[in-house]
Ligand binder design. Structure first.
Ligand SMILES: Cc1cc2nc3c(=O)[nH]c(=O)nc-3n(C[C@H](O)[C@H](O)[C@H](O)COP(=O)(O)OP(=O)(O)OC[C@H]3O[C@@H](n4cnc5c(N)ncnc54)[C@H](O)[C@@H]3O)c2cc1C
Length: 390
């Protein structure tokens, strides 16, 4: 077992960290205040290869493995939560399904647009009445008519929808076929009948655009089917498994960012004649944060490594996401505590990080859903330990 990153991984991590410190960190408060991503930084991320992490090199992407992707997302999360969520959704939700199941023609058509930095990719699964229970709740349909699919319904909470040149959409194509009745389709943003509503007014991650979509008799060519008809639910679960490692990595970044702010503040702020970092209560918060960030990072790395080794990583990804997202809330909470009143002020980054991290236990499967995924697998494995009857 080797816990060291390779030379190349450390170099990549350093390049992304330097970029994020220069191009994201100084602007993170502005992104939060204005509710807009910094387009200049997104374009520079395209030059750095950070928009092609999930796109194979033959199509101009970086073809990065999951561990490298996690390293990059942690660094982006450490400096700007909004940018991290949008870039993670672009790579893991917008580009990855096209890379995994797209035809050569679909890849050649859409990857150049997705790599340019002019927009970011999106995946539309959630609906006003369907989040955790996609199989039971998705109502948006696609019906074949001549050489087209006709799409009707609504999607909700879609990251990057307002800036995506093309979106992958989960649709019900056969009401009788259970989970085999879903398909994924590519829908271009300007398509007639597609209405992208005003951005949601959110608690945090304000620079990352989130929109509701309505589809009113939207016509797309039959060729816009992504992968096989009926494979949509399976494709969704596979995409979320991998996306959960990304959310885990962003959670670590957010926690690390809050922790670094708290460490700095604790050494400068004095109370009772000494820096507050010399008070034991503060040291315990520091020790817990250092330990829990490290434990979560190891879990995210392990989940990423398992994916890269083609192992079954569903349980590990759920564990890593659960652990890292719940850890981030605690670390961000204590970072505010260490700052006292100043932590409650918009003048200090920990206030923003606290709001930003809150999504991490909700998006790409809530903590409750992660626990269900984990428990189901643990109990299944435990069945093998039961004594055989007779
Ligand atoms: C900022 C933001 C960005 C997002 N981006 C996207 C995106 O790009 N694409 C996309 O498709 N979606 C996106 N989402 C939606 C997100 O994935 C869903 O909100 C999430 O999956 C939860 O669904 P829900 O909100 O409908 O909650 P619900 O499913 O209604 O759940 C409500 C509560 O009930 C609990 N619950 C549900 N079922 C069970 C159960 N069986 N046992 C125990 N508890 C249960 C949940 O854990 C939760 O606490 C985004 C959401 C936000 C806020």
């Amino acid at each position: 077992m080797d816990f060291e990153l390779t030379h190349e991984q450390r170099m990549f991590q350093r390049i992304v960290r330097d970029f994020c410190d220069a191009e994201l960190k100084p602007y993170a408060a502005e992104v939060d205040e204005t509710g807009k991503l910094r387009t200049e930084a997104i374009r520079k991320m395209a030059d750095l290869g950070l928009l092609g992490l999930a796109i194979p090199e033959e199509y101009g992407g970086t073809g990065m493995d999951m561990l490298g992707t996690a390293l990059a997302l942690e660094e982006v999360g450490r400096t700007c939560g909004s940018t991290a969520l949008s870039v993670a959704a672009h790579n893991g939700l917008g580009c990855a399904p096209i890379a995994n199941w797209g035809t050569k023609e679909q890849k050649e058509k859409y990857f150049p647009r997705l790599l340019s930095g002019e927009g970011l990719g999106a995946l539309a699964l959630t609906e006003p009445n369907a989040g955790s229970d996609l199989a039971g709740g998705v109502q948006t349909t696609a019906v074949k008519e001549g050489d087209s699919w006709i799409i009707d319904g609504n999607k909700a909470w879609i990251t990057n929808a307002g800036i995506a040149p093309v979106m992958t959409v989960l649709l019900r194509t056969n009401r009788e076929a259970g989970t085999g009745g879903f398909s994924m389709m590519l829908v271009e943003s300007g398509t007639e009948g597609l209405n992208i509503h005003a951005p949601e007014k959110k608690m945090g991650l304000k620079g990352s655009p989130t929109h509701m979509l309505s589809f009113d008799n939207v016509r797309v060519p039959l060729d816009n089917l992504l992968g096989a008809e009926g494979a949509g639910f399976r494709q969704t679960m596979a995409t979320l498994d991998s996306g959960r490692i990304g959310i885990g990595a962003i959670s670590i970044g957010l926690a690390q960012g809050a922790f670094e702010e708290a460490l700095k503040y604790a050494q400068l702020r004095r109370a009772f004649g000494k820096p507050i970092s010399e008070h034991q209560a503060i040291q315990w918060m520091i020790a817990d944060a250092a330990t829990e960030i490290e434990a979560s990072r190891l879990m995210v790395f392990k989940a990423a490594w398992m994916k890269d080794q083609d192992k079954d990583y569903t349980k590990m990804a759920a564990m890593a996401k659960l652990m890292a997202s719940e850890m981030a809330e605690k670390v961000a909470r204590n970072a505010i505590q260490i700052h006292g009143s100043y932590g409650y002020s918009r003048e200090f980054p920990v206030e923003r990080i606290y709001r930003d991290q809150r999504l991490m236990t909700i998006g790409e499967g809530t903590s409750e859903i992660q626990r269900m995924v984990i428990a189901r697998r643990v109990l299944k494995d435990a069945e093998a330990l039961l004594p055989t009857p007779g």
